[in-house]
Design a binder for this molecule. Structure first.
Ligand SMILES: [Zn+2]
Length: 319
């Protein structure tokens, strides 16, 4: 399988084979995570939303309280979505794969494990080496301030025994629909096949949050893609920039403008590319239409086997 022409614009930032020793090839996917139903973004043991104080924008350092959408919460959903996609596609294509599930039985032989990493769970494996993750998530910060996007709902606890409303009033604090979290997924030393898988996962993940059985609907919209020998921008900078533009435009053109500003900060400017809004559109169309068939799966799983062979051989050499 050769590199599709629709992905050629990023060709200098792909690796031919995934390898345990990472290079500096870095692809950043910038996206808006738009909340479409009440969503609880909190850590398990508190009832509060995760919030943090940050400057309002890059031009205005007045403090503002923002809701934080933790990287670990984004990753948990998308890693599972990857496992489901691979399992369903393999079923349909009649391609045999090992069982792999979070968090205690990772196969370490599939593209999910090769991208998200994992530690060895089973002694029967040919190699005990762990896999280092090549997908990085960071906390995303709400575009708007906490006061504007939070809603408290009070509800009565219902007794299981009597099925009657109890005396206790519980509170749920959630993020309101139409809230936007500018976010970034960063890929290190990936193949073009891995980029296709990651983009499909970002576009097809829709349920996030602590109580995702109620609410938690999210739509991810990709608004920018960069290639480089390093990262262009962080999610906090992205949110602050979008607040500093006078028109506060969320258009892909505006995102490109912001990225061009950050390009000047790169240590390797000649080794970088910012996709134009049209190039991003074309790439998304191509990837959405791309089928995860038997040929693709075979190649993607072979790549992981080759990765494991490299680990196994280097261990053998040491012995
Ligand atoms: Zn796996």
């Amino acid at each position: 399988m050769s590199l599709p022409k629709e992905l050629e614009v990023l060709q200098n930032f792909f690796v031919k084979q995934p390898n345990p020793l990472l290079g500096v090839e870095t692809i950043q996917v910038l996206l808006f995570r738009e909340i479409l139903d009440f969503t609880v973004l909190r850590t398990e043991d508190t009832r509060e939303l995760n919030t943090v104080i940050t400057p309002l924008s890059t031009e205005n350092d007045e403090n503002v309280q923002r809701v934080a959408f933790l990287g670990s919460k984004q990753k948990a959903v998308e890693s599972r979505q990857m496992e489901r996609l691979l399992r369903t596609a393999a079923n349909e294509a009649d391609y045999p794969i090992e069982e792999c599930y979070l968090k205690d039985y990772l196969c370490l032989e599939c593209p999910r494990c090769a991208l998200y990493g994992g530690t060895n769970a089973s002694a029967s494996k040919t190699t005990n080496a762990n896999i280092k993750h090549r997908v990085a998530y960071s906390t995303a910060f709400s575009l708007a301030a906490f006061e504007q996007i939070q809603q408290t709902t009070t509800f009565n606890g219902i007794s299981d025994l009597t099925v009657q409303t109890g005396q206790t009033l519980n509170e749920r604090i959630s993020v309101k629909p139409a809230t936007i979290f500018p976010s970034i997924v960063t890929l290190h030393s990936v193949t073009w096949k891995e980029l296709i898988l990651m983009m499909k996962i970002i576009l097809s993940s829709h349920k996030y949050g602590a109580e995702s059985r109620i609410g938690g609907d999210v739509r991810n919209t990709v608004v920018g893609i960069t290639g480089g020998w390093e990262e262009f921008i962080t999610p906090l900078e992205f949110t602050m920039e979008l607040n500093s533009e006078k028109e506060k435009s969320l258009s892909a053109e505006n995102v490109t403008k912001i990225l061009n500003k950050y390009k000047l900060l790169l240590a390797n400017q000649k080794k970088s590319v910012i996709l134009s809004p049209e190039q991003v559109d074309d790439m998304l169309k191509f990837i959405s239409g791309f089928e995860i068939d038997k040929k693709f799966l075979t190649k993607a799983y072979e790549d992981v086997r080759a990765y494991r062979d490299v680990q196994e051989n280097s261990k053998a050499k040491k012995k």
